[in-house]
Design a protein around this ligand. Structure first.
Ligand SMILES: Cc1cc2nc3c(=O)[nH]c(=O)nc-3n(C[C@H](O)[C@H](O)[C@H](O)COP(=O)(O)OP(=O)(O)OC[C@H]3O[C@@H](n4cnc5c(N)ncnc54)[C@H](O)[C@@H]3O)c2cc1C
Length: 299
């Protein structure tokens, strides 16, 4: 995947597939070549479109293509066609659909068959690399004995003074109760529904934690919708201490065994910083480690 790095000089072919609207290689190459001519990126780009691939009657989209690339015979047929387009010394950029369940094997196999470096370019959702990562994490966690409960809403917290004991899950108020030594709050901002609002205030939806935001509603928004300074409401969230534990306005820890990760954390304006995934991944990793360490201490 390193071969797609924009600091590595050379020639790159972006190869699109006829009918796959999510990956316009000519548009991408044209824009990237503008940056190349300005000296802002090292490689130069060229684009081609391969004639429609045969998916045995299935709709031509990222997910179906990725499943098809898992198959050896499909890759064989694809490589035969792709060879014609690649000039000697060119690296190859393909939409991020090279395999779903055995993507590494598919990528390695194509690299050998086409005798060139290959990298993937992300395309709009559903994101195949995202699904791969999700499946990898799920398999890894299950192998480590983690039980996953997916798709249920957390509706009622159970707390004893400054410690969370558990949560009830599901749509019924009498739903099953899950207890744990430590918890991670990763409910996101407004889009994820971790934050809610009415005309007078912003609130945290699950535990009613204090949310950092100006009382004056006029200060929630900038008049310039898409200004580089961003929108104040994108930075609203729950304040945390250095151990990612939500704190109150006086700096006091609210629950000793609750850690926060991702968009629910105050101040990071991922929209203007373009860092949402980065904040979610880095704080998620750290919150996991902190919660595990905390739980370990209590066992
Ligand atoms: C259209 C769009 C495009 C974006 N593109 C990019 C991009 O290209 N790159 C990038 O880095 N960032 C991007 N972002 C931002 C990125 O998606 C977020 O920063 C990131 O998803 C935040 O992760 P999170 O886990 O904190 O919250 P979320 O991804 O919002 O996840 C919160 C989850 O908690 C669940 N939840 C909430 N309340 C409850 C409850 N009571 N019980 C159970 N579950 C609950 C929600 O259902 C949701 O699944 C984009 C955002 C949007 C909206």
């Amino acid at each position: 995947m390193r071969s797609g790095t924009l600091s590595i000089p050379g020639s790159i072919l972006l190869l699109g597939f006829e009918g796959l609207k999510d990956f316009p290689p000519f548009l991408a190459a044209e824009n990237l070549n503008i940056l190349h001519s300005q000296g802002r990126i090292a490689p130069s780009f060229r684009a081609e479109i391969m004639e429609r691939l045969d998916l045995a009657g299935k709709a031509l989209n990222g997910l179906n293509l990725a499943k098809a690339f898992d198959g050896k015979s499909f890759r064989e047929a694809f490589a035969k066609k792709a060879k014609i387009f690649i000039k000697p010394g060119e690296r190859l950029g393909l939409p991020a659909v090279i395999g779903l369940h055995s993507s590494f094997e598919a990528w390695k196999d194509l690299k050998e068959k086409l005798n060139t470096e290959i990298f993937e370019v992300p395309i709009p959702p559903p994101s195949v690399p995202g699904i791969r990562l999700y499946n990898l994490l799920k398999t890894h966690l299950r192998a480590r004995g983690v039980r996953l409960v997916i798709g249920l809403s957390v509706i009622r917290p159970i707390a004893e003074q400054r410690r969370l004991v558990g949560f009830s899950l599901g749509s019924s108020k009498k739903g099953p109760v899950y207890k744990a030594s430590a918890f991670i709050l990763a409910t996101g901002k407004f889009f994820g529904r971790g934050l809610g609002s009415d005309r007078g205030k912003i609130y945290e939806t699950l535990l009613d934690l204090p949310v950092l935001h100006p009382q004056n509603r006029k200060e929630w928004f900038h008049p310039r919708l898409l200004g580089t300074e961003g929108q104040p409401f994108n930075g609203f969230g729950v304040e945390v201490d250095e151990n990612l534990r939500p704190i109150g306005s006086g700096g006091q820890t609210i629950y000793s065994n609750l850690f926060a990760a991702g968009g629910i954390i105050a101040r990071a304006d991922s929209m203007s910083e373009k860092s949402g995934g980065g904040v979610a991944i880095s704080t998620g990793y750290l919150a996991g480690k902190l919660a595990a360490a905390y739980a370990g201490k209590n066992i």
